[in-house]
Design a protein around this ligand. Structure first.
Ligand code: ADP
Length: 307
């Protein structure tokens, strides 16, 4: 059955070291990466839209053209003439990556400032995706606007999916971070957390503890990603399945492991797969993605065994 996925968050300009001291420009961000992988694997009668705010400058126009070149719609994206997109730089030293960010005044921070626009975009969607990074960049008023629109979407029968994607550096206070992430989860009927982050910031001792915590917040379906241990999917407390990771001989770059999992998982669920089959597929996609450099791997660079 045809449908629309709407992913809400921040896409940034990415600068990466290239040959001879040059910098290569790209565009990435967790919710955009998830939209990218969802688009790769969704049936062709599904559309994917990205929701964010950008500026009216050249780099914003280039970003929109890039998003569209990946067959992701930009019709709902707000333009703000006083802002420009956030930017980050990837440094590579002895095979280790580190990041510098310039995003504190990015246009995306204003994405939920126009509730009518947000509502209109969400109304077109069947499946809505957002993350803890989406919440982290917004003002507290904007978080409330987004949450109330998402709760409304959930109540009207849409699938609302949240990846807590915990980034403590984006939050002023850790207690506030935990409270807002929990409030975000309450607006969702599906949550896709990463166990490492949940254990560090919520003190979960086991994957089951993470599942129980989100279930207590009213989330129905929970898939806990756990790196090389794979993923555990729990459906409304009635059915639980563990899908092992696909062993990766050499991990090249773990950027987008979780995002590619999310996109592939949601795409296969939308196509009608069972949760176990969708997770098994997504685990293969994530394994292929971390076997290559970069966040957004082209479809023809993924091994045939994945597809
Ligand atoms: P995140 O990137 O959000 O921290 P994880 O590290 O849990 O998420 O990874 C997401 C998924 O990617 C895992 O569920 C697993 O399927 C796959 N994955 C991650 N690391 C590895 C690894 N070392 N070997 C094989 N698969 C992995």
């Amino acid at each position: 059955m045809a449908g629309t996925l709407l992913s809400i968050g921040e896409c940034m300009v990415e600068l990466m070291q290239a040959e001879g001291g040059m910098l290569r420009k790209g565009y990435a961000g967790d919710t955009f990466n998830t939209a990218y992988y969802a688009r790769l694997f969704l049936p062709s009668d599904w559309s994917v839209d990205y929701f964010t705010a950008v500026g009216t400058d050249t780099v914003s126009a280039e970003m929109l053209a890039f998003i569209e070149s990946k067959n992701i719609g930009t019709a709902h994206i707000c333009r703000n003439e006083d802002r420009i997109p956030g930017l980050y730089m990837i440094h590579l030293k002895d095979g280790e990556r580190s990041f510098s960010y310039w995003r504190s005044a990015s246009a995306a921070k204003l994405l939920a400032d126009d509730p009518d626009r947000l509502r209109a975009a969400i109304e077109t969607a069947d499946l809505v995706f957002f993350s803890g990074i989406t919440l982290a960049i917004l003002s507290s008023n904007a978080v409330e606007t987004l949450r109330s629109e998402l709760r409304r979407a959930r109540a009207s029968g849409k699938r609302v999916v949240f990846d807590p994607n915990i980034r403590p550096r984006l939050w002023e206070h850790l207690a506030q971070m935990r409270a807002v992430l929990e409030a975000g989860a309450r607006a969702a009927n599906m949550v896709l957390p990463s166990f490492d982050d949940e254990a560090t910031h919520f003190g979960d001792g086991t994957v089951s503890a993470t599942i129980d915590r989100y279930r207590a917040l009213g989330v129905e379906d929970i898939a806990v990603k756990d790196g090389a241990n794979g993923v555990t999917v729990d459906l409304a407390g009635k059915e639980r399945v563990h899908v092992p990771a696909l062993p990766v001989p050499v991990v090249i770059d773990t950027t987008s492991a979780g995002d590619s999992f999310n996109g592939a998982f949601l795409a296969r669920l939308a196509a009608g797969d069972s949760h176990a089959d969708a997770a098994a597929f997504a685990v293969r996609v994530a394994a292929a993605v971390i076997s290559r450099h970069g966040a957004l791997i082209a479809r023809d660079k993924l091994p045939a065994t994945v597809l």
